[in-house]
Design a protein around this ligand. Sequence first.
Ligand SMILES: [Zn+2]
Length: 196
Amino acid sequence: MAHDHDHEHDRDSEQPRAAQAEAEAIRRHALAQIRQYPDVVLRLEAKELGDEEFDDDLRRLVERMERLMHEAQGIGLAATQVGVLRRVFVFQPDDDGPRAVVNPRFLDRSQETTVEEEGCLSLQNVRVPVERSLRVTLAGRDVDGSEVRYELEGMGARVAQHEADHLDGVLIIDRTDEEHRRRALGVLRPQPVLAL
Ligand SMILES: [Zn+2]
């Protein structure tokens, strides 16, 4: 999931111009390594990890995902978005640093919902309103295979639901209303390349 850049301007304007340009170059380089719509991988269902798969490969995958999420200035990233169809996502539910959740499942989702605009690192320049449960209880395992459980509310709950959707091949354009979907698809339509 992408940060809301509109709310970042105050902080950005305090950065020297060179640092801003460098952060933007790093962000673009990271985005180039993240699968972009309409990549078909984004529509596929990811597979659960077995007990024997909590190994160095998984650790390397999670490290790479956390680095890309950070560099792309996102607050969540699913393995599907780096072309790996396994049920793993990383997210930043609070200021305590990134967390990885393997084989995530929701034990509970509140009836109470909120509608907020969401972006996605795989759908650049798109922001659409999405209705999500306000509170969720998320269970899964960490990178070492230990059981984890998070009680999430607000933004943390929203990011977890967004990333879990990716593991089922579901995108924010599927979760918004018809008008916003049509407008988003217009933004996402490949621009004609001027070939001379
Ligand atoms: Zn996303």
